[in-house]
Design a protein around this ligand. Structure first.
Ligand SMILES: C[S@@+](CC[C@H](N)C(=O)[O-])C[C@H]1O[C@@H](n2cnc3c(N)ncnc32)[C@H](O)[C@@H]1O
Length: 188
């Protein structure tokens, strides 16, 4: 079943973030990079988006999009073996995105996997760093709600937003955004 018109939802969401041009962004589980491309377009020459995924075939699609959009200098691809440790230095990231990926990590094994990633995101983010988790559907909402108390050892939930959109049979679906701010080190 295809999904009709949620692009405006995502564009509104990305606009709202007011990304600064020299930001450093991690897109964990970027897939074919639909969002990597949108975010990288907002960056300037000093900004960087790290697009990380375990799927070589999806990253190959992203490589094509990067060339088509002339974003070679702004997007750095990281191909992993699916390990929950992020191969980046400490304290360099302004925004860590977990977009439509919590479902895979979370469902694949257990809630601990999501929290392990969040713990490593804590290591690589700047003190002003933000974590944004975006999930589709109410089942995923419940799962993330259940994980929030564990995530809050590292990042504090500042806002939760839900956006409604419609499938082609006119049924409503919901996309949920969780906006977290990094917890200061001395509180952990
Ligand atoms: C549903 S797709 C979402 C892709 C993209 N974020 C989007 O919203 O269009 C989930 C992606 O997460 C990746 N993924 C899942 N677990 C992963 C892990 N442990 N390490 C790296 N990538 C992972 C999958 O390969 C897949 O490309």
């Amino acid at each position: 079943m295809s999904i009709i018109t949620n692009e405006s939802t995502m564009e509104d969401h990305i606009k709202k973030l007011e990304i600064e041009k020299n930001s450093q962004i991690l897109d964990f589980g970027c897939g074919e990079g639909k969002y990597s491309i949108l975010f990288a377009k907002l960056l300037g020459n000093k900004g960087k988006l790290f697009a990380l995924d375990e799927s070589e075939s999806k990253l190959e699609e992203l490589r094509k999009k990067i060339i088509q959009n002339g974003l070679e200098k702004r997007i750095h691809i990281i191909h992993t073996d699916g390990e929950l440790k992020i191969p980046l230095k400490n304290v360099i990231i302004d925004y860590a995105l977990l977009y439509n990926v919590a479902c895979c990590i979370h469902g694949k094994e257990n809630q601990d996997d999501l929290v392990r990633i969040v713990r490593d995101v804590f290591r690589i983010t700047k003190d002003s760093g933000k974590l944004i988790i975006n999930v589709l559907g109410k089942t995923m909402e419940k799962r993330i709600d259940a994980a929030v108390p564990l995530i809050q050892d590292y990042f504090i939930l500042k806002e939760k937003e839900s956006k409604k959109f419609f499938l082609d049979n006119n049924r409503a679906r919901y996309r949920f955004f969780y906006y977290f701010l990094k917890k200061s080190e001395n509180k952990v």
